[in-house]
Design a protein around this ligand. Structure first.
Ligand code: ZN
Length: 176
């Protein structure tokens, strides 16, 4: 079982979130937009051979790539959820972050194809959050784990009435 960081808070729309998809090597990044949904940049439909659509959001890893909107379960893919806590002086207001990332998802803005080195998921999330790609960052972000809930259901993300954020309470999330 994993351990939660002592620094925790509620997940809120406009948060840049990340996983430990492969520990210490590659963290997947996205922007939480509320209602349990995340917008993130994926390699073009090649990183998974799963052809079964998610029952919650319809995401099919083998079909969908580029900028996608999925549920937290699909974003996390079994990994833990962390909020990137960037000094607010570097960040756009949360509602503007959500607006920008939604416009990318809708095709109103374009970001270009995924490139592991120069145009990756972290660059995309960072650009929406701060206006700069991660390679241009001048700050160190603190990584927070999200507030654990006493109502944990088998370690799964709980979406429902809660006292924080927009009603989505998310645990420090481990699936073992
Ligand atoms: Zn899903």
């Amino acid at each position: 079982m994993g351990q939660c960081s002592s620094q925790q808070r509620w997940l809120q729309p406009g948060d840049q979130i990340t996983t430990n998809r492969i520990v210490f090597v590659y963290h997947h990044h996205g922007i939480y937009v509320g209602d349990g949904m995340v917008i993130h940049l994926l390699p073009l439909a090649k990183q998974s051979n799963s052809s079964t659509p998610c029952q919650n959001c319809g995401h099919t890893p083998s079909l969908h790539g580029g900028i996608v909107k999925t549920c937290l379960d699909c974003f996390l893919d079994g990994n833990s959820l962390y909020i990137l806590d960037i000094n607010s002086m570097y960040c756009k207001p949360p509602d503007e972050v959500v607006k920008i990332v939604t416009e990318f998802f809708q095709g109103i803005r374009t970001f270009g194809d995924y490139n592991f080195a120069f145009n990756n998921c972290e660059d995309f999330a960072s650009f929406c959050k701060t206006g700069k790609k991660s390679s241009e960052q001048r700050w160190n972000a603190t990584v927070l784990s999200v507030l654990p809930s006493a109502m944990l259901s088998g370690g799964r993300v709980i979406v429902g009435p809660a006292g924080g954020g927009d009603g989505v309470s998310v645990s420090c999330w481990f699936r073992f």
